[in-house]
Design a protein around this ligand. Sequence first.
Ligand SMILES: Nc1ncnc2c1ncn2[C@@H]1O[C@H](COP(=O)(O)OP(=O)(O)OP(=O)(O)O)[C@@H](O)[C@H]1O
Ligand SMILES: [Mg+2]
Length: 396
Amino acid sequence: MLLNLQNITKTIGIKTLYTGLDLTIQPGERVGLIGRNGIGKTTLLGIMAGTDHDYAGSVDSRRGLIIASTTQEHHGIADKPVLEYILENLPDYARLKHIIDTYPLEMGDDMAKISIYSDALTRFGEMGYYDAEADVRAELAIFQLPPERIDGPFGHLSGGQKRFVELVKVTLSDADLALIDEPTNHMDYVAKQIFIDWLKKSKQSVVVVTHDRDVLVHVNRIVEIKAREVLSFPGNYDAYLRQNGAATAKAIDSYENAQKRLVKLEKAIRDAKAGKAGWSGTADKTNPFMLLEKRLSKERDELQDTMTKPDFWIDQETLDQQQDKVVAKYDKYKARNIRLRTGGEHRARSLFAIEDISLGYKSALFEPVNLDLAVGERLQIKGRNGLGKSTLVKPC
Ligand SMILES: Nc1ncnc2c1ncn2[C@@H]1O[C@H](COP(=O)(O)OP(=O)(O)OP(=O)(O)O)[C@@H](O)[C@H]1O
Ligand SMILES: [Mg+2]
């Protein structure tokens, strides 16, 4: 066991994210953590990383466990050079570097300090930190980050570049457990493939939050946060979809049975009420219909409490393999019914037109471009990370 979360209950404001959640991460596991937006995936990573202590329950870790995690928020580091940001965040790097840089100036013949200094030198070597700078440069070069960006400020990175800088920070940490949040968002196909290749051969345990199927096919367990708990599915995303398809079809059946039972109960209660009203027994005897109504009402109330409609979802591919009966039931109860309006008639009214636009910071990012957009048109802007997509759409 690397990490063991037991009976975790977490509330933010009035919203309870999980109640009594249990989750264990084993050595060598690659876990894909999934769940709908706002369900608490990022929050759970924070609890696992030890940065969030505001919960009930316990988190135990193997002795000496080193955890590295990506960050999505980057406050106050806009001016920090990218290289420095990564180095400072390697496990124990900042502390060891401080000792190595400052102790020789002040330790004199203080034996305690000399010992701390020599331990720091040893540890720095063991962690491979003498080569850390070269390693960072080499890793970022694999992601094709231009060298001037490596020594430049973090704030000058594009969205996708920030993601892979975060990844390099984690992959170079040599931690036992890597916690990675939505790595491939904003990433171009080259960067994404580099991440997937790393994931496939990683010896570290990894928990990755993602909705990206290309990533999820390479994990060996899917953990889904749903209805304030976690469900664990062995295998990759394809295996999860099959298991989810079967479990959802079963859940729909029991929901439908409960609904049928409810209709029957309502009728039986109405009959009991009518019987109660029409009962002409002697006053000293209890009206038997009263007891019947009470018993049936209790059953109905209990059923209503337990049968809140679950979040039914089956992916299209798995659904296509189901029998017509199952598909019809699914269509009746599915959680979301997303329909795209297509074929609508739009007049080609121009929304905007730009001519010969060229943008950049010190130098132009791209050749002058021309763009027209008509009302109702959808435009996709594609391109490698850092080529100027966000700059192009930014309001002036
Ligand atoms: N600091 C905060 N203050 C108030 N509410 C918060 C805070 N942080 C998170 N939340 C709420 O807690 C819930 C869980 O947030 P979290 O970021 O963990 O979700 P998520 O599953 O990672 O979502 P997404 O898929 O959108 O990244 C959300 O409803 C969010 O609005
Ligand atoms: Mg999140």
